[in-house]
Ligand binder design. Structure first.
Ligand code: GDP
Length: 296
């Protein structure tokens, strides 16, 4: 189900309340069941949806509410609050500061959009007046360095990498050191991915993380991977200190539920979303406007 479908189903479920003269237990249950169905079809993890339903029922105490209008508003606000609660990790992400030489490590599975997102992130901060630089520590995928180089050129950001060195830890350390000396204030390290969660990938990630001591580790996740989102995000979080999440491919066939599950698994905020293949298809993410848009 695409994001607009989730939006359509949630607004329909809430609008149904407007058609009812009396809002009783049955009407509330029907509405919550529709919301639950929509969220599950949109790949939000089952336990999150179940908790959301329980919490809304607890907040909306129908017996104590007098008028229909009042009830509708209370239900709507409870749904809004519960969705915000899932998406709000309660933590703020590290934000690079000019002149600080921040090191930001990107991790994620192959195909998640990590390399593309690194460059979008670099460009975002270049436009804010930073002096970003990219380090390609992906020695696993043939062509990774060339791909990042091409992207970096488009974004007008310098890059460090090697066609011959096979140790990603060494490249990462050399790259970070070299850009520090050149007074770059945002050094972005792209690590390699794998097709699935493999121990060898996590070990490599851990080693790069220890060697470069990043200020922030960003987990990049493809929004279209379905119910696997929660487990994948959790596996990354357990291996490396993920501090923020970027959800890619929120255009086209994106299911909004992935974002909710990733936040719940990593307890880290979503800071940006990718909305296309081009460098400018990149948006800052804010919980409240996202939820308000979902609920129409
Ligand atoms: P990596 O293997 O994780 O480094 O992934 P890549 O950066 O190579 O991206 C894999 C594919 O996803 C490429 O074709 C990208 O153009 C595409 N891609 C990345 N981000 C987005 C996005 O936000 N939206 C869409 N539609 N495609 C994206």
């Amino acid at each position: 189900m695409v994001l607009s479908e989730l939006h359509g189903k949630l607004t329909r479920a809430l609008r149904q309340l407007d058609n009812e003269t009396i809002i009783d237990e049955k009407v509330l249950n029907d509405c919550l069941n529709e919301i639950t169905r929509a969220l599950l079809q949109s790949d939000v993890q089952f336990s999150l949806v179940r908790d959301l339903q329980i919490n809304i029922k607890r907040t909306v105490n129908l017996g104590q509410l007098a008028h229909g209008y009042h009830k509708r508003n209370i239900i709507r606000r409870a749904v809004e609050e519960e969705l915000c609660k899932i998406l709000d990790s309660g933590k703020t992400s590290y934000v690079p500061k000019k002149g600080n030489a921040s090191v930001v490590l990107f991790v994620g599975l192959q195909g998640s959009g990590k390399t593309t997102t690194c460059t979008k992130y670099a460009q975002f901060y270049r436009k804010k007046g930073f002096k970003p630089a990219l380090v390609c520590a992906d020695t696993f995928r043939a062509g990774a360095y060339d791909q990042l180089k091409q992207n970096a050129m488009k974004a007008n950001v310098p890059i460090y990498g090697s066609h011959t060195e096979s140790d990603p830890v060494q490249i990462a350390v050399e790259g970070v050191d070299s850009f520090r000396k050149k007074t770059h204030d945002l050094i972005i390290v792209d690590t390699s991915g794998r097709h699935k969660q493999e121990e060898v990938l996590f070990e490599e990630m851990r080693q790069i993380s220890v060697a470069t001591n990043p200020d922030l580790v960003i987990f990049v996740m493809d929004s279209s991977i379905g119910q696997a989102t929660y487990d994948q995000a959790l596996a990354f979080k357990q291996s490396v200190a993920v501090g923020a999440v970027i959800i890619t491919k929120m255009d086209g066939h994106a299911k909004g539920g992935g974002a909710l599950s990733a936040v719940a698994a990593t307890k880290s905020p979503v800071i940006f979303i990718g909305t296309g293949e081009h460098m400018d298809d990149f948006k800052e993410f804010d919980v409240k406007p996202f939820v308000l848009r979902l609920l129409g």
